[in-house]
Design a protein around this ligand. Sequence first.
Ligand SMILES: [Zn+2]
Length: 467
Amino acid sequence: MTEPAIRLHNSKTRRKEAFTPLDAENIRLYLCGPTVYDRAHLGNARPVVVIDVLYRLLREVYGPECVTYVRNFTDVDDKINASAQARKEAGAIETLEELIRQRTEETIGWYHADMDALGALRPTHEPRATDFIGAMIAMIEDLIAKGHAYEKEGHVLFRVRSYKDYGALSGRSVDDMIAGARVEVAPFKEDPMDFVLWKPSDADLPGWESPWGRGRPGWHIECSAMSYELLGASFDIHAGGIDLQFPHHENEIAQSCCAHPEGGFANVWLHNEMLQVEGKKMSKSLGNFFTVRDLLDQGIPGEVIRFVFLQTHYGKPMDWTAEKARQAEVTLRKWYRIAEQGLDGVSEPYIAVISALSDDLNTAEAIAQCHQLAHADDISTLRATLQFLGLMGRSVPEWASAPEADLSGLATKLAALRTTAMETKDFAPVDAMKTALLAAGVEVRMSKAGVELLPGAGFDAAKLEGL
Ligand SMILES: [Zn+2]
């Protein structure tokens, strides 16, 4: 079988291009990973699911042994330090380093559990920044030697104007960026655009010995050093959220291309758009901020969250809504009922789904093709395709095997109560039943057409007893 050629939208050239690997036996992929101080929120999960689809596609087309996927853990950061310092001040007996390690270990454990629940395969390498401090120091020394960086007052800064292509990825000039960005002016900077590669640490902050005194790395150098160590001076694809394009990705390019001018750093840049919730930007002040774990704890299965993500192309903003989650659950239940009848390991994923994903990860079209398969009752192909898309493991997930609540009797009863209330003008029994249903996690929709009862997040069948 000839696989379709993969085409990807490259942010660097702003065009959809045929993907040509540097080495088809070792395709190299890098995704900027999380800063590990807290649970991942829903927006953090989007690049993980997008790149998981790409990783699965590359493995399918080139072979599972031929793809190296790196996603880092940022485990040195001022927010991590602040939380460890707060625990120290609250009387913890451990050293600051121990408290930091505990916090990052715990957060990495949460992250793995949450991303596993979303069906994301673990990357080949998950380097931690603190394990690569030596490589970062070596890269910074090299940048100083080549005139691209300078030391001042214990800080090392990257000299942005020494790299003529700075800003090419996001399509801005340095002067535009200075005018529009919140650049920090500091006495130790030659130019306001220069950014930190290394900064000094006080005794109460984590630090490493370096040629510039005890200190810690800036954030951007981390990805440049780790991608070089694990993937080399040039590699195939670098991915991340569009919010990281400037300054983080511009800074990565500047550092890597100046330290290793012989390599081209990343050939293709893939950026996913942001996530909204019910049409609004997710924010703590709007009260619509939640983590992946919050949704899982509400009883929304990981496959349902993943399905909702896949319905929107990665290059478009995506809107998370409770209604989409409810519909996704209905669709998945239906597909699982069909797929359950298939035998194990007898089929390949549907070629039309591979074609859809090969066209710049058109996941919405892949979902449409799954609808076709379900409609055609192509059981074993549907099963293999759901597994390929990460929507199903070896078997149907437990939540989908549990029988769905039959609420039709209650809907009939509520409709009858309403008819009576129209005559008696006493709506109290209707309101009482609606309140009880809501308390059991059932959404009530009443219209002229009739009564609809929809079990939602947090549905508890036990609370329906006696109704
Ligand atoms: Zn990065």
